[in-house]
Write a protein that binds this ligand. Sequence first.
Ligand SMILES: Cc1cc2nc3c(=O)[nH]c(=O)nc-3n(C[C@H](O)[C@H](O)[C@H](O)COP(=O)(O)OP(=O)(O)OC[C@H]3O[C@@H](n4cnc5c(N)ncnc54)[C@H](O)[C@@H]3O)c2cc1C
Length: 384
Amino acid sequence: MDFNLTAEQQMFREMFADFAAREIASQAERIDREEAIPQALLQKIAGQGFLAALIPEEMDGVGLDAISYCLLLEEMSRADFSVAMLIGIHNGLGIKPLLDFGSGAQREVYLERMANGELIGAFALTEPSAGSDMAALTTRAILTGDYYLLNGSKIWVSNGDVAGLFLIFARMEPGVTAFLVERDTPGLKVGYREKTLGLRGLSCHTLYLDDCAVPTANVLGAVGQGLQIARQAAEFDRLGLSAICLGGAEQALAAGIRFSIDHEQFGGPIARKQAIQNFVADAVTEIEALRDLVHHTAWLAEEGEPFGHRSSMAKLFGAQVAMRTTDNMLQLHGGYGYMKEYAIERLYRDCRALAIVCGTSQIQRFLIARHVYQGANLQLTIND
Ligand SMILES: Cc1cc2nc3c(=O)[nH]c(=O)nc-3n(C[C@H](O)[C@H](O)[C@H](O)COP(=O)(O)OP(=O)(O)OC[C@H]3O[C@@H](n4cnc5c(N)ncnc54)[C@H](O)[C@@H]3O)c2cc1C
């Protein structure tokens, strides 16, 4: 058993960390305040190849292995949660389904433009009555000649302000089908942007579909395969999210350590108080446990082994570690942690979404328990 990163993975990590420290970290406060990721930064991110992270080298991508991809998201998130989320959604929920289910022609049309940032990816599944219960979605598709007409609406579509290609799920017998829908498709309207607690650089929009005319060539995978595509994409995305949790927790811990050395009470730095050391010791222990879980899950994915239940565990634990760490590091800051002047206030708000997005922690627990009981020959269903 070798726990070391390979020389290439180590090199990638240093490159990601260097870029994040130079280009992103200093902009994090501004991204939160202005509620947008600057276009110039997005272009630099594209220039680094981060938007082509998962595209194989033979398709002119960067071809990161799963561990390196997790290192990318971890390092981005050490600098800014919103930037990491944008990159994760684009790669994990935009490009990955296209790689896994797309036809040769679809890859030809979209991959290069997604790789260079011309088209940012977005994933439109959730509806007001179809959140955890994704199969309950009511957006409909009807075939008319060479087009499908999509009607309905989607909520909380991340990357909505910058996305050029939406993966939209709609009901059509048999079952649910996934469609690749370009932003300028007639009948597609990117609507209301939500006001959010955190992750303010990541825009969450409502999508309106009013006889949205999608060419038949833009069905992803087979007709009726939509839920399988969504589930497979979510399994992989949860792995990426767990790496984002890891990076965010590390960022919070670093802020806490700095503050505890600089801030004095009772005649010395608060770092000398055991209560403060306990916060730090607990955080670093959980962070290292999370790192192992993330890397092991990524290794399974890379080996082609089943990893879905592991990515649920990594995402569940990751959200807990990120939330506990930011909460405790905010507490360590005392009143300063509550003030916008300190980054921990932003991290505390940002990381709250991680227990909700891409399947809540309650749903992850169900998926994990279902896997466990399968081993004991008891089949659990979500409707139990
Ligand atoms: C910041 C943000 C970004 C998002 N981005 C996207 C995006 O890009 N694309 C997209 O499609 N969606 C997106 N979402 C939606 C997200 O995936 C859903 O919020 C999530 O799946 C939960 O659905 P819901 O909010 O409708 O909650 P509900 O499903 O209504 O759940 C409400 C509560 O009930 C619990 N619950 C529900 N069913 C069960 C059950 N069977 N057992 C136990 N507990 C249960 C849930 O855990 C939760 O606590 C985003 C959400 C947020 C907050």
